[in-house]
Design a protein around this ligand. Structure first.
Ligand SMILES: [Mg+2]
Length: 268
């Protein structure tokens, strides 16, 4: 059994731009009986919405094949026995909706009852009041502080960059003098949950798992920490030069310039 896990942005598409060889690559691997999964640090979308987004780029996916850092955060808190707890959330609909579906009480108001957790994802509406509420939940009410992911920035159209969830987490970390516990990549929780979903809990050798990504500090570090075979594709944020000079857990086993090269690497 071989499992290939793709990161999304920078790998299967680039912002709003389709990467034409991505759909062909996924289809080729599926035809060979390889199991496909999609793993994203983006907490702003539900899994259903990720499936729609992939379909817009011609890529066929099922909800069970998709894992987001929002879904992983909800599962992590449930697994730890915190189901039903009250959470103050700074984040978009993907995060609030996912936490509600898993039975958590989600609070996004500037004022409210004390919360057990503060969970932060990407939030276009980040504000002084939101940072202040999170700060007080952590410092005064002793809420535990969780980050769906810590990606500091992401590429936008026209060569610009935009602040990622990590920038928002950093603001609350500074204000509360507390480090967040991170659930998304480079941690391996989300990868493990996805593999469980794809393989129904059967024992999988780490080397049967391939992790394909464009970021060394999240995708590649996550795959290497798990023990998977890692591939950096240079269609996203990392250049070939940077990928080749990376060290330790940041070093991918393979560097490719196009997903059209991937089926040739996976020889099983
Ligand atoms: Mg990416």
């Amino acid at each position: 059994m071989t499992i290939v896990i793709f990161d999304l942005d920078g790998v299967l598409y680039r912002g709003n731009e389709t990467i034409p060889e991505a759909a062909t690559c996924v289809d080729t691997l599926r035809d060979r009986g390889i199991i496909i999964g999609y793993l994203t640090n983006n907490a702003g979308r539900t899994r259903e919405s990720v499936v729609e987004r992939l379909a817009e780029h011609g890529i066929d996916a099922k909800v069970i094949e998709v894992m987001t850092s929002a879904e992983a955060t909800a599962r992590y808190l449930t697994e730890k026995g915190f189901s039903g707890k009250r959470i103050y959330v700074i984040g978009g609909e993907g995060l609030t909706e996912t936490l509600r579906r898993h039975g958590f009480v989600v609070d996004t108001e500037d004022v409210g009852d004390p919360c057990d957790f503060v969970v932060i994802g990407w939030d276009r509406g980040i504000s002084f009041n939101k940072i202040a509420r999170a700060q007080n939940e952590i410092m005064v009410n002793k809420a535990k502080f969780i980050a769906s992911n810590k990606d500091a920035m992401f590429p936008a159209d026209g060569g610009r960059v935009l602040p990622g969830a990590g920038a928002m987490v950093a603001a609350v970390e500074a204000a509360s003098n507390t480090k967040a516990e991170v659930i998304g990549k480079p941690e391996i929780y989300s990868l493990k949950y996805l593999i469980d979903d794809l393989c129904g809990g059967s024992d999988i050798s780490e080397k049967a798992v391939w992790v394909i990504g464009d970021r060394l500090d999240t995708d590649i570090a996550c795959g290497n920490s798990f023990g998977a075979i890692t591939v950096c594709v240079t269609t996203g944020i990392t250049s070939r030069e940077d990928a080749e000079k990376a060290e330790r857990i940041f070093k991918p086993e393979y560097v490719i310039d196009s997903l059209s090269e991937l089926p040739g690497l996976i020889t099983c």
